[in-house]
Structures are given as structure tokens and as C-alpha cells.
Design a protein around this ligand. Structure first.
Ligand code: WQD
Length: 342
């Protein structure tokens, strides 16, 4: 019998790519989403890529405890991957109550329903943001978590703690894996799914692709006076399909009884620092387009440099990021052109 994975927020950027990889690895998937921050484009794309026209979709809000409980009653769920959350750092500073309410309530409802239905394997999508401005790079899973600089970051730290405590108290009913993502970018090679930001993008790569296609006039590179080789910030940009594959490895680790502790944490990154300017140059080169950009003042809250030590995930999960930055940026561009109908 196929094992079933519930993917909350499964119609979004990361959720849709993870759904494709799970289906292609032989898992059954139930996608659940309230479409508060996406439309059905990616869900339809997933169905096309996988040929699964019958893929179950539940339109629901994870902040509704009765709906979450019903979902766990209706399907025999072996593992849940929880993506459903708000994710804009700046917006979280303006609307902290909305962020805490949405991101914490939805996760608590998942855990409560999982417990009420006999337990579950829970994978939580965490973020490198929990490391704040690191004292040393690359960061390992043992690197200290720093006080969060935004309510968004704080919800990631709080959900990590909630899962740890819930697993510990559950007497084996719950198992947990926390995946700390670095900077997910790119799109599926089919160009049928990708990132679809609403309004002006906050993140670098969607801003680059929208500038290249002519939807934005000019990319601002925030700060060129950082203490880095070229003065711009360093990040660990991880291909979205590589990132999605890490979820398949984590799910099978849980379901195949390979965990070494009831709650584990893994960095999901490449281990390769890339500066903003290097990324911009690579985009221009691989896609043969000229990007209109200028240097602008630093953006508040940005850390100078952070990248992963991914060796634990490499060793323990047998997972490794494989795609080059160039291939990833070519996929991001193909997706933007697909959206523009070009
Ligand atoms: C990358 C670099 C910017 C836009 C955030 C969240 C994190 C995560 C991913 C969220 C930085 C520079 C950006 C622009 C620029 N999770 N930049 N011009 O800030 O590393 O991480 O997104 O869902 O939790 O904090 O990613 O893509 O915003 O920025 O120069 O128009 O690009 O200053 O150095 P970040 P980012």
C-alpha cells in the first residue's frame, strides 16, 4: 500500500514542487491549501507534470481546528509536511498579531489532530532565519539560534520548539523533522510550476526575473559596502527541485524507521556562498539578457553572510544539492517567460 503524505500549503511555491517529487517517488499525496497567498496555477501545473488529474485537493484553513481534525479523520495520513504559513518578513513586522495567530494556530491544530488520530510523522518547514547573524559560517545544526529579528522569524523558532516539546511528550506517537531551508530559488524544469509572488517581490530572484521581463524597471541591490569580497551579501541559494527532494528523503527516513532521534533537524542548503552581484552576473550570462540594476542602501534586517554546512543531511539522509546556480537561474527565467506567455 502506498503511504499517504498530507502537504499543508501544497499549492504554494515549495509545496507544489514537493508534491511533484513525492508523487514521482511513489507516495500518495493529499494537497490542502486555503489559497490565501496563491492561486491554482501551481496545483494545475502539478497535475500536468505528474499526469495525476485526480490528485486530491482540500480547500481549507489550517486555523480551523475542526477542519484539520476532519481531514485527519478522512484520510489515513502517514506523514504531514507543514508549509501553510505566512512568510513575508516585512509584513510580519507590520502585522505581528496576524502572523503569530496564523503561523502558530495552524501548526498547533496539525499537532493536535495528529495526536487525536493516533500519532503522525511531522515535517516542519523551518528556515535559516533561525540562525540570525551567525558568529561563524558555514552554520551547522549546532550553531546557536539567535533572537529573531522579525515576528516571522520568531514563529519559525517557536514552531521548532513546539514540535520538539510535542514529540518529547508524545511517548512515541509523534516524530518530527525540522528542515532549515536556506534561500530556495528556481522553478521546475518543465516551467509549469514556480514562484508566483503577489505584488512587488521581496525576494531577490523573482525581482530579477520580473526586471528582466520588463515588469519592474530596475533591480536595487541592497548594499555594496558589506565586508564581503564584492561588497554584496552572501547567501546559500538552493534549487527548488533539490530542496523538494530533501523532503522525500526526510519523509522516507521517518516512514522507514531510520531516525536516530525522535526529533531531528537538518540544514537544507548547498554549502556554497554566492553574492548578490555574482547571482545577477550569472543570471545575465546564462540567460543572455541584460539586467537593469543599481546599487541602493542596505536593507534593514539583512545579515551580511550566511550559508549552510549541509554535511549532516548529506551523510544521514543521503541527500545532496545537485543543480548548478546557472541551471537554476535558467529554470527561473523559463518560468517567468512561461508566465508572460513567451
Ligand atoms: C537575498 C539577498 C538582499 C531583493 C528571506 C527570508 C528567509 C527566507 C528566504 C522565507 C539579500 C538581496 C533582495 C532585492 C537585493 N524564507 N536583495 N535586492 O533575505 O536572504 O531571506 O527569504 O520565506 O527567511 O528572510 O532573501 O531573496 O530577500 O534576499 O539586493 O530586490 O538579496 O539584500 O542580500 P533573504 P532575499
Amino acid at each position: 500500500m502506498k503511504k499517504t503524505v498530507l502537504v499543508s500549503g501544497g499549492a504554494g511555491f515549495i509545496g507544489s514542487h514537493v508534491t511533484v517529487e513525492l508523487l514521482e517517488s511513489g507516495y500518495e499525496v493529499v494537497v490542502a491549501d486555503n489559497f490565501s497567498n496563491c492561486d491554482t496555477t501551481c496545483f494545475e501545473g502539478v497535475k500536468k507534470i505528474t499526469g495525476r488529474d485526480d490528485l486530491p485537493l482540500v480547500r481549507m484553513d489550517f486555523c480551523d481546528p475542526a477542519a484539520v481534525d476532519r481531514l485527519f479523520g478522512e484520510y489515513d495520513i502517514d506523514a504531514v509536511i507543514h508549509f501553510a504559513a505566512f512568510k513575508a518578513v516585512g509584513e510580519s513586522v507590520e502585522k505581528p498579531v496576524m502572523y503569530y495567530k496564523n503561523n502558530l494556530e495552524s501548526f498547533l491544530n496539525v499537532l493536535e489532530a495528529a495526536e487525536n488520530h493516533g500519532g503522525c510523522n511531522v515535517l516542519f518547514s523551518s528556515s535559516a532565519t533561525v540562525y540570525g547573524e551567525p558568529d561563524q559560517v558555514p552554520v551547522t545544526e549546532q550553531s546557536p539560534r539567535k533572537p529573531a529579528t522579525s515576528p516571522y522569524g520568531n514563529t519559525k523558532q517557536m514552531c521548532e520548539d513546539i514540535l520538539r516539546d510535542a514529540v518529547k511528550a508524545s511517548k512515541g506517537l509523534l516524530k518530527g523533522i525540522l528542515l532549515r531551508y536556506f534561500n530556495p530559488i528556481g522553478a521546475h524544469p518543465s516551467a509549469l510550476i514556480g514562484e508566483l509572488p503577489r505584488g512587488v517581490p521581496n525576494n531577490l530572484v523573482p525581482f530579477i526575473t520580473q526586471t528582466a521581463i520588463g515588469r519592474r524597471e530596475c533591480l536595487s541591490i541592497f548594499g555594496n559596502d558589506y565586508p564581503t569580497p564584492d561588497g554584496t551579501c552572501l547567501r546559500d541559494y538552493i534549487d527548488i527541485v533539490d530542496l523538494a527532494k530533501a523532503h522525500v528523503c526526510a519523509v522516507s527516513r521517518m516512514l522507514d524507521g531510520k531516525m536516530k532521534a525522535d526529533c531531528e533537524v537538518f540544514n537544507i542548503g548547498t554549502g556554497r556562498p554566492v553574492s548578490v552581484l555574482e547571482l545577477v552576473n550569472a543570471f545575465e550570462k546564462v540567460n543572455k539578457v541584460k539586467l537593469n540594476y543599481r546599487f541602493a542602501p542596505r536593507r534593514a534586517g539583512d545579515v551580511t553572510a550566511i550559508w549552510a554546512d549541509p554535511s549532516l543531511a548529506n551523510r544521514e539522509m543521503g541527500w545532496k544539492a545537485e543543480r548548478s546556480v546557472e541551471d537554476t537561474l535558467a529554470a527561473a527565467w523559463a518560468w517567468e517567460k512561461h508566465l508572460a506567455g513567451k
